[in-house]
Design a protein around this ligand. Structure first.
Ligand SMILES: Nc1ncnc2c1ncn2[C@@H]1O[C@H](COP(=O)(O)OP(=O)(O)OP(=O)(O)O)[C@@H](O)[C@H]1O
Ligand SMILES: [Mg+2]
Length: 383
């Protein structure tokens, strides 16, 4: 079972003895978990979004259609956003070169200590660097529908932009495209599907981002439900890596499901802003989700609980919620139907249309706290 902060390692190795050697070195420890050993480099690019490794270890001497260092190059071109350690022999020295996608090197023979230290160090450096910059990815999630994810994600993005942060909002509700509905975006407005399918580069992004009158950029989901299946994990991962390079804050409005796509989005997030309301099924699902997150290996610090409509506790004692969550929720947002519903009905953010309202101040406070927390290494990459 994965434990909090366990590093998920993917090994690309076609020599069974070497794979066995690495497995043996990692046998009696729990800091690093080998997810899989891929023997065919040509399959690695497609399998990475599914396997969600934290670090990839590639044998420089890998044979087959794609050789070891070609695979490193390919992963870099595909912007998979996972650091790579190259395993080599003294006769074929390899230099660490992050610009070429080589974040660490291990030269045979190495000890278990060398392996664990190098993997841990490369993982930590990547995590602390926030994928090469100070950008923060915040996933607004909940294990229950209708608790305010879209409303809060939109207003949080605008509040972050008001603080001078370059912010992009990603419509992660791929099927129902909640932001399209909320913002009354024309059906022909471009979506993530208008990006080239194979090689997405930075210049392509500006063509497909929706510039909302509120001032933020939005990457919209497809305009029709059935188009959702055309959005691949690989495209989404790539797009998120690129957005991270261009924006200081990437905020994702998510759907409820815990499917492959959502797991990839949650993995990518530095912070999961998890909404909870005073409703017994929401609380039940929130506890169940906390358990799943523990099994996946997310650190508790990756999740920040937001009690939405916090003053509408419908008879549930806030102390009971704290007990159920196992901690005091980090943030509270007031319920202000008059302000929120009328802003939503006009497709405008209440943090702009009614900045003096209590609910606006609550969201602005969360934006300020998250952005400040993101500047400290712990919150920037906690998982
Ligand atoms: N703090 C609040 N005060 C009052 N009303 C709110 C508040 N937050 C959200 N709402 C209302 O709750 C309803 C649901 O909000 P929203 O659509 O954002 O939820 P969601 O979690 O994104 O739903 P879904 O699961 O369908 O994606 C909306 O009518 C919104 O106006
Ligand atoms: Mg929604």
């Amino acid at each position: 079972m994965a434990t909090a902060d366990q590093v998920r390692l993917l090994l690309v190795e076609d020599v069974p003895q070497v794979a066995q050697y690495v497995r043996g070195l990692l046998m009696s420890q729990s800091q690093i978990k080998i997810l899989d050993v891929l023997t065919d480099g040509s399959k690695a690019v497609d399998q990475i979004p599914e396997l969600r490794p934290d670090v990839i270890l590639i044998d420089a001497l890998l044979q087959g259609r794609i050789k070891g260092l070609q695979l490193v190059k390919r992963l870099q071109e595909a912007a998979v956003g996972v650091p790579v350690i190259v395993l080599t022999v003294p006769q074929q020295p390899v230099e660490v070169d992050a610009d070429r996608g080589i974040h660490g090197v291990l030269t045979m023979p190495f000890s278990g200590y060398d392996l664990i230290t190098r993997v841990g160090q490369v993982h930590k450096e990547h995590r602390d660097s926030g994928d090469g910059g100070v950008s923060q990815t915040i996933a607004v999630f909940a294990p229950k529908g209708g608790v305010g994810k879209t409303t809060i994600a939109f207003n949080l993005a605008v509040a972050a932009a008001k603080l001078g942060t370059r912010t992009v909002l990603v419509d992660g509700s791929i099927q129902f495209a909640d932001l399209r509905a909320l913002l009354r975006v024309p059906a022909d407005a471009p979506s993530i599907l208008d990006l080239p399918t194979d090689r997405v580069v930075e210049s392509d992004l500006s063509e497909v981002l929706w510039r909302d009158p509120s001032g933020i950029d939005i990457l919209l989901a497809p305009p029709r439900i059935e188009m959702a299946e055309m959005v691949t994990l690989r495209d989404m991962e790539k797009v998120l890596s690129l957005l991270r390079r261009l924006y200081d804050a990437v905020i994702i409005d998510m759907s409820v499901a815990l499917d492959e796509m959502n797991l990839a989005l949650l993995d990518r997030a530095d912070t999961i802003l998890e909404l909870v309301t005073y409703d017994s099924t929401t609380i039940h699902n929130t506890i169940a989700l906390a358990d799943t997150f523990r099994v996946i290996g997310y650190s508790p610090a990756k999740v920040r609980y937001v009690v939405n409509r916090a003053d509408a506790n419908a008879g549930i004692d806030p102390a009971d919620l704290t007990r159920a969550l196992g901690r005091v929720p980090e943030h509270l947002i007031r319920s202000e139907g008059g302000v929120v519903v009328s802003a939503n009905n006009q497709g405008v953010p209440f943090v702009l249309s009614n900045p003096g309202a209590g609910v606006s101040q609550d969201v602005e406070q969360i934006a300020a706290q998250l952005l400040a927390a993101g500047r400290t290494p712990v919150a920037a990459g906690a998982r």
